[in-house]
Design a protein around this ligand. Structure first.
Ligand code: SF4
Length: 417
């Protein structure tokens, strides 16, 4: 396909596709799926080889959130039967984190439900970061605590946090349909605060909330403009008891096309396969490793993932390798802060390798958009999807694959890692 040849060439130069090209990836047919995966896989291997970074989620505080994010099982009024507990003690969080690190994770994501942290919460999380780092030499810590107030990102950075996650989740134009208690602009502001404090910004999306292809392309281009180092791609887990419980809009093939589109738009960024991979990709999960260079190990915030051992076996069987702590995740140009190619951050479009000027790029799925939140609603009924096979997915919801987390943090049972 000419389209794919063009996109590979651009990806190898860190040059973004046009919006029309990104839409065309989402509109490809199932007959072309392996060609799409192979093409985006070339871009992935150029910047990340065959390495897979493992990340481990620790839900510090679960449920009872006053916000109304309709995809989230922890939202205000959620009837989902999830674990509900208040802040873990630092040593409890460190113990949970250690299980993930022992399983091969090089990043621990400390997540707490809520609109955003108080200054006292920042004190508490700072002690937790210290405990996690004391117990796990060389581990990266990402915090995901919701909307940040002035000065909080700097305090987290001083406490030793390496990264901050806050997802945009969906396009600006549909944001008000999934959440009413805060705005898209609030989310952008927090990502910018994290960036400004010198934290590695992590910001991604949730697919499958009834959004159109245009919405998906909008949010991915908006993410690129914010220049995050990592982009978690979540697939909605439609939790019973949340407004989006009926939104089963994804097929494994569509999930792969979405990941490929994200890889083409963010060629040299850590693209993380986040919440919902087991539910929506199912037996096609290994193909997603050709697109994403990062996954969550084990369980999510409020739902259970496949066994950590199965994650490791999948990576090995697919011919990939777990990234070690001594190997930098990002390509050198990004690690040195050159920024994303074609970034429009600060209102200025940067050119990109080859043709233009030089350049330089998961709540989980976290509690604030990412991984395993579950739910979804305000998005309303699905618009007619552009991808040709999307309607078929709605007819076959796999509710049997959604399992509420009953082990690990906040329980007496061992974590899955
Ligand atoms: S995504 Fe975060 S802010 Fe929104 S309801 Fe869930 S825990 Fe609360």
């Amino acid at each position: 396909m000419d389209l794919l040849d063009v996109l590979v060439e651009k990806g190898l130069r860190r040059e973004p596709p046009t919006r029309e090209e990104a839409l065309a990836v989402l509109a490809t047919s199932d007959d072309d799926l392996l060609d799409v995966v192979a093409a985006a896989g070339r871009v992935r291997r150029q910047w990340f080889g065959r390495r897979v970074k493992l990340n481990y989620l620790v839900n510090l505080k679960s449920g009872l959130c006053p916000e109304d994010c309709s995809y989230c099982s922890q939202r205000l009024g959620s009837k989902a039967g999830i674990l509900k507990y208040t802040w873990l003690k630092p040593e409890e969080a460190a113990e949970a984190a250690a299980a993930g690190v022992a399983g091969g994770a090089k990043r621990v994501c400390l997540v707490a439900s809520g609109r955003g942290p108080t200054d006292r919460d920042i004190d508490r999380v700072s002690r937790t970061i210290e405990a996690v780092k004391d117990q796990n030499e060389g581990v990266e810590v990402c915090a995901c605590l919701g909307l940040l107030s002035d000065g909080q990102a700097e305090r987290l950075r001083e406490a030793g946090a390496d990264a901050y996650n806050h997802n945009l989740n969906t396009s600006e134009s549909t944001y008000g349909e999934i959440t009413t208690t805060h705005t898209y602009a609030d989310r952008v502001d927090t990502v910018e605060k994290a960036h400004g404090a010198g934290l590695s910004a992590c910001s991604g999306l949730i697919a499958g909330m009834g959004e159109s292809d245009e919405d998906l392309v909008d949010v991915v281009f908006a993410l690129r403009a914010l220049d995050p180092d990592s982009v978690p791609v979540n697939f909605l887990i439609p939790f019973e008891g949340t407004p989006l419980a009926e939104e089963w809009n994804l097929t494994p093939q569509r999930a792969l096309r979405i990941l490929a589109m994200v890889r083409f738009v963010c060629p040299d960024v850590e693209v993380r396969l986040a919440g919902g991979r087991e539910v929506h990709l199912r037996t096609l999960q290994p193909l997603a490793l050709h697109l994403a260079n990062s996954i969550f190990l084990g369980d999510y915030l409020t739902s259970e993932g496949q066994a950590g051992k199965a994650d490791l076996e999948m990576i090995a069987d697919a011919g990939f390798e777990v990234e070690g702590t001594d190997t930098p995740t990002l390509p050198r140009h990004r690690a040195e802060g050159a920024g994303v190619c074609g970034s429009v951050r600060d209102g200025e479009a940067a050119g990109c390798g080859g043709s233009a000027a030089g350049c330089g790029e998961d709540a989980a799925g976290c509690g604030h958009g990412p991984a395993g939140c579950g739910g979804h609603s305000g998005a309303g009924p699905a618009e007619e999807p552009v991808g040709q096979d999307a309607p078929a997915a709605a007819a076959s919801p796999r509710t049997d694959l959604v399992a509420v987390r009953r082990r690990g943090a906040g329980t007496d049972l061992a974590p899955n890692a």
